[in-house]
Ligand binder design. Structure first.
Ligand code: DAT
Ligand code: MG
Length: 165
């Protein structure tokens, strides 16, 4: 089954210079990167991304973490595409709790729980196809992805846009 999955290298991963290591690990999957960008995450984007967790006691810290308040304010967002992409990336990422993740997984090798209980698990990857679609549409516009993965439509809009001066 050909799938796509959203992968984020979280602010701790970028700050710790783990980008290269994480991308190398992900290349073991033989999946295709079909979109990539560096993002300054707004509170609005963070809250939408983690909307299913808004009642959890750790929600506020989770939002601050992904927005980069504990590190530099940036996240690297990518879409990986190919056979069983979701399961392949999740297996490599390891368990949500970095202390429970297999030692050789990305989270097991590079993650930690802070003294205040934040799971700094260096990477996000979609849980299932439904979540992947919701997350990819939240983080990317269709023209930022080099393959057609979801149906699109063309609309005419007058919008203000920043261009090179
Ligand atoms: P995953 O990121 O493995 O898909 P999730 O979607 O259940 O896990 O949760 C999203 C993030 O929320 C996760 O990467 C880290 C944080 N989180 C989950 N459970 C937590 C907990 N019990 N304490 C602190 N942070 C937690
Ligand atoms: Mg999840």
């Amino acid at each position: 089954m050909i799938q796509q999955t959203l992968v984020l290298i979280k602010p701790d991963g970028l700050q710790k210079s783990l980008t290269g290591n994480i991308l190398t690990r992900l290349s073991e999957t033989r999946l295709d990167i079909v979109a990539a960008k560096v993002v300054r995450v707004s509170r609005e984007l963070a809250e939408k991304h983690y909307c299913h967790l808004k009642d959890k006691p750790f929600f506020e810290d989770l939002i601050r973490y992904i927005c980069g308040e504990f590190h530099k304010r940036k996240v690297m967002a990518m879409v990986y595409y190919g056979e069983n992409a979701i399961e392949k990336v999740r297996k490599l990422a390891g368990a949500t709790n970095p202390e429970e993740a297999e030692a050789v997984s990305i989270r097991g090798a590079y993650g930690r729980i802070t003294t205040t209980g934040v799971y700094e698990n260096v990477i996000h990857c979609s849980n299932n196809e439904k979540e992947a679609e919701r997350e990819i549409k939240l983080w990317f516009n269709p023209e930022e992805i080099i393959v057609d993965i979801y149906p699109t439509k063309v609309v005419k809009r007058e919008i203000e846009q920043r261009v090179w001066a």
